[in-house]
Write a new protein. Sequence first.
Length: 364
Amino acid sequence: MKVGILGAGQLARMIALAGVPLGVEFIFLDPSADACANKLGEHLLGDYNDPKLLAQLAERADVVTYEFENVPAKTAEFLATHTQVHPAPKALAVAQDRLVEKTFFNDIGIPTPAYAPVNSLADLEQVMPTIGYPAILKSRTQGYDGKGQSVLKSSDDLANAWDVLQGVPSIVEGFVPFDREVSIVAVRNVSGAIVFYPLSENVHRGGILRVAQCRANDALQAQAESYATRLLEALDYVGVLALELFEVNGKLIANEFAPRVHNSAHWTIEGAQTSQFENHLRAILDLPLGSTDPVGNAAMINFIGGLPTTEAVLDIDHAHLHLYDKSPRKGRKVAHATVCGDTEAQLQGLIKQLSALADQVDDS
Ligand code: AMP
């Protein structure tokens, strides 16, 4: 079996690392010559809309998937007419545009913050009395890790925020005074079987994920699973999907979903019976899905902008290091560590030690 992946970054790399023991081969399409997955398979070097390369990918791969949601919609549609593409292009179309995404959530009964489309400063001024302050202005497309976003504290901020977004089609949403951020990572295979990982509790700083912790037996697991199920079924989805949620007063409100494997579930490599990467492959190849049961008390710590020494990480008992083979750059995710504690108290100690190492090299 050969799996084609659009993108050859760290997510593609970890999918490939999970696929090798299953005898799966890989072919990547990525415009970057030093893309970090490229040692794990064949690398088609070029643009995502290069018709010659897409034809080669479609011919050589039994099934195509992607590691990021900003794959041009036309690329996914073209590939889907020539080979199997999972998840289907519809999931990309919904996830690529925050306005379409929030409308889709509401249509299937998943609550979101109050929101409104904004195409001009006049639109923004008009809707703010309804949305209320504080609020967040976000570009509808191409935003990730808090990029393309501005917080609005009062009407004095509107003109500047609109300028910062350079007048691109946007969405304004009410700022949620959340108690926690969590995500549910779910997997559905071609035959329609669904499994869920335990909730991840996620800590962001500057819009970037820093720490994700597995929360087995969380009181909100059932609510999160019911939202994820609606999304998977409405999209006839195949593969891993991550739904990011805010918890407010014991209820969940959706922020966004990612139609791919997700940073908040990297702890599943050592912290679950089957990793999200292996389960993504099982899903798209229509193999039986693996158990999502947690192993110990797991968490993941991102290394952003710089790397501690390998010795410093491995010197911490229970720590596993995952290097992405990417050169450090400001704000860039270059590696993560996973830890599995025997007890919650031990886990908290391990998170503290690894977070201290991450903070020493973090330039963001
Ligand atoms: P996003 O790119 O939409 O995932 O946003 C990145 C981070 O910004 C989120 O993980 C939250 O920490 C924060 N954020 C985004 N939208 C909101 C909101 N409506 N209310 C409060 N915080 C938000």
